[in-house]
Unconditional design. Sequence first.
Length: 289
Amino acid sequence: MGRLIARRPVVRITPDSDRSRPDNIAVEEPLELRVDGKPLAVTMRTPGHDVELAHGFLHTEGVIGSVDDIRDARYCDSRDDEGRNTYNVLDLGLAPGVPAPVTGVERNFYTTSSCGVCGKASLDAVRTKTRHSPANDDVKIRYDVLATLPDALREQQQVFDRTGGLHAAGLFTPAGDLLVVREDVGRHNAVDKVVGWALLNGQIPARGLILIVSGRTSFELAQKAVMAGIPVLGAVSAPSSLAIDLAAESGLTLAGFIRNGNLNVYARPDRIITCMSRSQYGVRRTGHD
């Protein structure tokens, strides 16, 4: 697992005993993102898939629209106290003609592993116009398939199995086939890595695909899905009020509390096939044609 896992001492306390032992801990390190040599963002992340993370971040923030907008990506010469490259500074060069990102007090890109992009002055600064609206995506997914996807995601969380300390995001087809899964200490980073993978593999806009996340759904995660053109977002836990509002405005199907065969749908339920009426969601069949 390399730099994904660290060993730290822990005192394990139970009703019968307490003892010291080493434990597997998820690694968290800063990643500074630069664009054409100029610092743009610092995010606390789990090392690995940094190029995907950078592409996904720049795409979901509206800086780039396609993989062709990036000329190259390279690690800068960042050294630790022992002179080793930390691989914690990544510089992305924009292709000719791509405008440089504009940052300022109203829109600064400092991020943490817990809350994502912080310091934006207002909702107007946070809302980013998408080039790939999911509103007209006619994808359908069966309820019983959607209900299984969090468990399918959990089965692929290799680092979580050893540390218990990572979020995950995965991209699925409507048939339930997993395309990619990424883990990170930051839920927003995990989504950016998935979006970056999709961008690098020609899957943006991500029409007809389903994004599943392992925790709650914040406004920011809903926005990242909308920016990538993902029509369905599902989560193990609850959405926030702003996430629901954005989903309704953007035409994003938003599901939460997907557990034990049950789920709540907060926006665009028409994409989910259930045993309800053939003509109108929410009206039960009567048995009459």
